[in-house]
Design a binder for this molecule. Structure first.
Ligand code: C2E
Ligand code: CA
Ligand code: CA
Length: 643
């Protein structure tokens, strides 16, 4: 008499697992797919086992043929699980065989299983594996031990593999994987001696549950919203590729207007958008014969990674087609959403050599806005930028210590007065090793490390010194615009610092305008509000920088003591488009109605100049008039213009 209650329990556990996989959309990507396959085969094995036991126990009627089929089916399926488990581990670690002897290695791997299958196929005649005795009872044949032997071979191979792959796992995962194997081994031994106790399937189900929770870690590897693989999964894959020196062809899609769409849509709508992108990208993976996986790396970034080092299809073509598809509007609740794609093709290890740098590079993608054509990392990737980033803390410390920061001034033209009345102070850094380092690169790093506080003081001090100089008084400037970082705005001592400097250089609070950015003020931090209001009460005016780059909360903007709004260069660049003109016209009207002045930034052409002058904007800043200049050149520039 065999017990099949444990089989029923196993079925229950595995069906729950199966539903979890489907509800969590864990069906995409190699790792998911092989886990799913393993689970399905285990479920089928259990069903076959129950069927066979029921026939054996006489619970259901069936002839000898039925018994043969049921037992053979069980053995067929059951013996496939160990090799499939190894395949799953291979997918987990991305350690597929490559190279010249690939085919031979593959054949060698499957050979033992094929041998079992051949033996089982001919068992009807040979009766070597099992047979039905005189009473019609299932009996193990003389060669039955072959099954254990071959499974044993796979188990040894699998254990060897897991041990060899230990570097690809963190210790927790590795132990979990081993415990899973341990479970199975113990159960197999028990069942070998007590074949009436059908414990193997149940312990298999538990091992799968254990692996799902501890190794697969869906919460970490699978993005709940899109069902795609996560950034963690992507990083893991890239670190493994780096270690194993394996090339990866990657297409990264970055939604350059992510911040805007992110703020505009409801949570549920965003999920629909994310799933839309996931479906489009997953659709394109079908073009690869060896498949490709799609990852959602967060903040509007998605990546498609080809499985093979040399994919069957030209990755650039796929990228181009993807670019075309994603440039088209996406339907959402009867409105059209434009993604403004930036698509980049990266050959990992060729264009970029290490995973950390790759992650930084991807983070930077799309920062410069939408691109019409596909871009290539081999063209745009500059190793130097990332070398600077790795050394940035030391570079900044050195620059502060050795007074390497210089303030440049970009003149700002007053439309009403027909001359230059103000200027923006912009920081410049020349490093001995790397030369000019753009502020866009070091300001964010300085904000992270806190060095921005000292840098901010350096800028303010140089500006105050300039304003207090004799030559400045001859220039006829009303004030200088100085950029403030969010970190400075949130610093308790900020107001005291600034007022001290003003005292030291005997300058008035109206000599300086402080620029704060839209994204900074949208946070609405208490300290920031207090700082801004305190400075305002001291008579300092504020300008809102980069207007139009984020999602403007007009209510918030109107509540701040702002006297100037600076329209960002990206808006100016789009100003030629018919659709943008109405938006700009109305924006200008609205700002004026709020009683604020307008500075237009990044004006480069005469056409742009005339357009904004005719819109009655107050000030113009941009290369059309001048780039930021060193103090002395700036003075000469203004003197020349005045004469
Ligand atoms: P921002 O405050 O928006 O400064 C304007 C940027 O646009 C400057 O870049 C300026 O050189 C550039 N620009 C001005 N007119 C044109 C134009 O016609 N065409 C083009 N292509 N660019 C133009 P820069 O100096 O590289 O500064 C970049 C950013 O770094 C600044 O953007 C600002 O956010 C930050 N930054 C610069 N200096 C400071 C500083 O002293 N403190 C802080 N906290 N941030 C600073
Ligand atoms: Ca600025
Ligand atoms: Ca700006």
């Amino acid at each position: 008499m065999k017990f099949y209650y444990l089989d029923f329990s196993a079925l229950l556990v595995m069906l729950i697992l199966l539903s979890v996989l489907f509800f969590k959309r864990m069906i995409r990507g190699d790792i998911n797919r092989y886990f799913l396959l393993l689970l399905c085969v285990s479920i089928a094995t259990t069903v076959a086992d129950v069927w066979a036991i029921m026939l054996d126990n006489g619970v259901i009627e069936g002839g000898e043929t039925a018994k043969y089929i049921a037992h053979s089916l069980y053995l067929f399926l059951h013996n496939a699980t160990t090799p499939l488990f190894i395949v799953y581990c291979t997918a987990l670690t991305d350690t597929w065989v490559v190279g010249k002897y690939r085919m031979i290695k593959k054949i060698l791997f499957w050979l033992p299983l094929v041998t079992i299958y051949v033996l089982l196929l001919f068992n009807g005649n040979s009766q070597k594996m099992f047979y039905l005795d005189a009473n019609g009872a299932y009996t193990r044949g003389p060669w039955f031990g072959m099954l254990y032997l071959i499974t044993g071979i796979y188990v040894v191979y699998g254990i060897g593999k897991v041990i060899r792959c230990w570097i690809y796992f963190d210790i927790g995962r590795w132990v979990a994987l081993f415990s899973g194997i341990g479970f199975m081994l113990i159960a197999t031994v028990i069942q070998f001696f007590h074949k009436e106790l059908r414990i193997e399937m149940f312990s298999g189900a538990l091992a799968l549950l254990f692996i799902l929770l501890m190794v697969h870690r869906p919460e970490e590897m699978i993005d709940n919203e899109t069902g795609l693989l996560t950034q963690t999964a992507f990083k893991n894959l890239m670190f493994r590729s780096e270690k194993r020196n394996k090339l990866k062809k990657i297409i990264v899609f970055s939604v350059t207007n992510y911040k805007k769409t992110h703020a505009k849509y409801r949570y549920e709508q965003e999920i629909v958008l994310g799933r839309g992108i996931a479906d489009i990208m997953t659709g394109y993976t079908e073009m690869f014969k060896e498949r490709a996986d799609v990852y959602h790396i967060g903040s509007g970034r998605f990546a498609m990674v080809a499985k093979a080092e040399e994919p069957s299809i030209n990755v650039v073509n796929v990228a181009r087609q993807l670019n075309e598809t994603l440039s088209k509007p996406f339907e959402l609740d009867n409105t059209e959403v434009y993604f403004e794609p930036n698509i980049c093709v990266i050959q990992f290890l060729k264009d970029i050599q290490d995973a950390n740098t790759l992650m930084h590079f991807i983070e930077d993608l799309g920062g410069t806005g939408k691109t019409d054509d596909v871009i290539f990392a081999r063209d745009t990737f500059k190793q130097e930028r990332y070398d600077i980033l790795t050394e940035i803390d030391d570079i900044l410390e050195d620059a502060i210590k050795n007074k390497k920061f210089k303030v440049y001034y970009q003149p700002i033209y007053s439309v009403e007065e027909g001359c230059f009345r103000t200027a923006e102070a912009l920081i410049r850094l020349y490093d001995d090793k790397y030369g000019f380092i753009p502020p866009d690169l070091f300001i964010p790093a300085a904000e992270r490390s806190g060095a921005i506080l000292e840098i901010g003081d350096i800028v303010l001090e140089q500006v105050c010194e300039f304003i207090s100089s004799e030559v400045y008084k001859k220039l006829g400037l009303h004030y200088i615009e100085v950029n403030l970082s969010v970190v400075q705005c949130m610093h308790e001592g900020m107001v005291g610092n600034i007022m001290e400097l003003f005292d030291k250089y005997h300058i008035r609070s109206t000599d300086i305008n402080l620029e704060i950015t839209e994204t900074a003020v949208s946070d609405g931090q208490e300290i920031m509000d207090r700082n801004i209001n305190d400075l305002f009460n001291e008579g300092i005016c504020f300008s809102l920088d980069d207007f139009g780059t984020g999602y403007s909360n007009m209510q918030r903007i109107a509540s701040l003591p702002l006297s100037i709004i600076k329209i960002d260069k990206t808006i100016v660049d789009d100003a030629g488009k018919l659709s943008m003109q109405i938006v700009i016209e109305n924006t200008v009207k609205m700002i004026k109605a709020l009683g604020m002045k307008i500075v237009v930034e990044g004006v480069e052409t005469e056409q742009q100049l005339n357009q904004f002058i005719s819109l009655r904007c107050d000030y113009i800043q941009g290369y059309y008039f001048s780039k930021p200049l060193p103090k002395d050149d700036f003075v000469t520039f203004l003197m020349d213009k005045a004469s």
